[in-house]
Design a protein around this ligand. Structure first.
Ligand SMILES: NC(=O)c1ccc[n+]([C@@H]2O[C@H](COP(=O)([O-])OP(=O)(O)OC[C@H]3O[C@@H](n4cnc5c(N)ncnc54)[C@H](OP(=O)(O)O)[C@@H]3O)[C@@H](O)[C@H]2O)c1
Length: 292
């Protein structure tokens, strides 16, 4: 008898998703992403929890199931494009539509002297985890989002987009001195570039794209990690659940191509409004993820 390799067996039954919104939240094993996943949890949803930590991911699945969702955990390190492609293949294999994709996983600016790090693919780590991997996920899952229309892509950016710059001459920030804050700002601005491109491309399809700053400092690991001295510019003033409400608000908005600064439409960094800069950046990004 032929045995089917386990990786080819769909883990989801039709009854798990029938009549439910299918919602994928990257980086939902903890922090803001967990709070967002649980804000959507209930009898009408199927939640795809993602991250690297299996135990924390499974705990979020159980919390979502306890309030009536069906849910599952998918593991992938966004610092590896091979793992990102594996994640995409699993989602494409097991689902034929997606109602909501929340691009949330991220690495913060780190401590002031944090060294430059690279992904498994040799890219500056924040650029890849916060932006490039999400570009690949979003682009590859667009057919499922189109099937789910009206459907939405929400990218959790940051107020740091406003002070960020896309460094066209050194996008991988190889020229010293390396600054985590510049890397973070660039990656968060890149998400805004992506949002505006998607809005343009997806007009008339019923798929919308927004970016959101979820407030801060949220009481999460990301904020704790950047503290050198307790209270030194990193004392949390909002809970992850507070931040999640702003992400839910963006996801429920009919708007597209906007950046929400918490609950109001915020100002977009002028670099992202320059269409030639956006075209140049998209070309570069698509080459980096092999979709050119
Ligand atoms: N906290 C704030 O005040 C604040 C303010 C503005 C914007 N934001 C944005 O909000 C989002 C969430 O931040 P947070 O504060 O909740 O951070 P967090 O507590 O550090 O959580 C980050 C999440 O991303 C996942 N993640 C990190 N690196 C990953 C990788 N290489 N591959 C896959 N998953 C990865 C983590 O899961 P695993 O550990 O399981 O991989 C975790 O679920 C980020 O995009 C951040 O830029 C946060």
């Amino acid at each position: 008898m032929l045995t089917v390799p386990p990786q080819l067996v769909a883990q989801i039954q039709a009854s798990d998703v029938q009549g439910r919104e299918i919602i994928m939240v990257t980086g939902s094993t903890g922090g803001l992403g967990r709070a967002v996943a649980l804000a959507f949890a209930g009898p009408g949803t199927h939640i795809i929890v993602h991250g690297r930590n299996i135990e924390r991911g499974q705990a979020v699945v159980e919390e979502a199931e306890a309030v009536g969702s069906t849910a599952r955990f998918l593991q992938a390190d966004l610092g590896s494009l091979a793992q990102v492609r594996g994640l995409i293949n699993t989602v494409k294999r097991d689902y034929n539509r997606l109602d909501l994709l929340i691009n949330n996983a991220g690495i913060g600016r780190g401590q002031p002297n944090a060294p430059r790090e690279e992904s498994a693919d040799g890219h500056e780590l924040r650029f890849q985890v916060n932006y490039l991997s999400h570009l690949l996920i979003t682009r590859e899952l667009l057919p499922l989002l189109r099937e789910g229309a009206p459907s939405r892509v929400v990218s959790v950016s940051s107020g740091a987009q406003s002070g960020g710059t896309i460094h066209f001459d050194d996008v991988m920030l190889e020229n010293p001195p390396y600054q985590g804050s510049a890397a973070y700002g660039q990656s968060k601005l890149a998400q805004v570039f992506m949002t505006l491109d998607l809005e343009e491309e997806l007009q008339g399809t019923g798929v919308t794209a927004t970016a959101v700053h979820p407030g801060g400092y949220l009481d999460t690991d990301m904020v704790a990690e950047r503290c050198v001295v307790p209270g030194d510019g990193c004392t949390p003033n909002l809970s992850p659940e507070d931040g999640a409400m702003f992400v839910v608000n963006a996801a429920r908005s009919p708007r597209s191509g906007v950046y929400f600064n918490t609950s109001v439409i915020g100002e977009i960094n002028p670099q992202a409004l320059d269409t030639s800069a956006r075209r140049r950046f998209l070309e570069l990004s698509m080459q980096l993820i092999g979709l050119d």
